[in-house]
Write a protein that binds this ligand. Structure first.
Ligand code: SME
Length: 207
């Protein structure tokens, strides 16, 4: 599959946002060409047989491109969740919880509807947030206090979001496969979380 430069596509004449900004410029683009580019725009590269390191390198490049030029935290969280859900493989849930009034409150995600509020110190998300460290759970049934949102989930990884020393929330990914996540995923997702934080203004999402 062709690797796309999402940044250039998102700010190009093919961007939906650009339709409003550059209507005059967009009009000469043939409809078929526009449709082709729009359908390619959100393709996420998933290479069969690629190593986890390769997959995370590719995802980091794509996420950087996707978020560059946009500071809205809600929009960036939504696109980050979508990219991970599509690009990681074997994920049945990927998304965010943000810290509000001492609780983790559901943010943008992809997957089945999920629990809205999680307590700090409980479940995988609450534990990762409280301990401020990434937690890899090979078998969710063996994690004390695991909060089951989608009963298909068998394993999980949660990365705390820390910005300027402040806990912002967590990035959570679930898988229907046992032991889907390991230390490579922890490093890779921590890097992706860092890219999301560096590109995003989160003032509307956290206290
Ligand atoms: N399993 C998580 C709850 C969130 S869902 O997986 C989306 C937990 O134990 O905290």
């Amino acid at each position: 599959m062709e690797i796309l430069d999402l940044k250039s596509l998102l700010v190009s004449e093919y961007s939906v946002c650009s339709v409003a900004k550059f209507q005059g410029f967009l009009s000469p683009v043939p409809a078929a060409k526009l449709q082709r580019h729009l359908s390619r725009m959100f393709e996420v590269k998933t290479t069969a047989g690629a190593s986890k390191a390769d997959i995370y390198r590719e995802l980091a490049a794509q996420l950087g491109g996707l978020l560059t030029g946009e500071r809205n935290g809600l929009a960036n969280a939504a696109n980050t969740a979508a990219l991970l859900f599509q690009g990681l493989g074997d994920a049945n849930w990927a998304g965010f919880y943000f810290l509000r009034d001492g609780e983790l409150v559901l943010g943008p995600f992809q997957g089945k509807v999920a629990c809205v509020r999680l307590q700090l110190g409980r479940g995988v998300c609450g534990t990762a947030a409280q301990q401020r460290k990434t937690i890899v759970v090979p078998d969710v049934e063996k994690f004390p206090g695991h909060v089951a949102c989608d009963h298909a989930s068998r394993s999980e990884i949660v990365v705390p979001l820390i910005h300027s020393g402040k806990l912002i929330g967590v990035l959570d990914v679930d898988s229907p496969k046992l032991a889907r996540f390991d230390q490579s995923d922890a490093s890779g997702l921590e890097e992706l979380a860092g890219i999301f934080l560096a590109h995003s203004d989160l003032r509307q999402l956290v206290d």
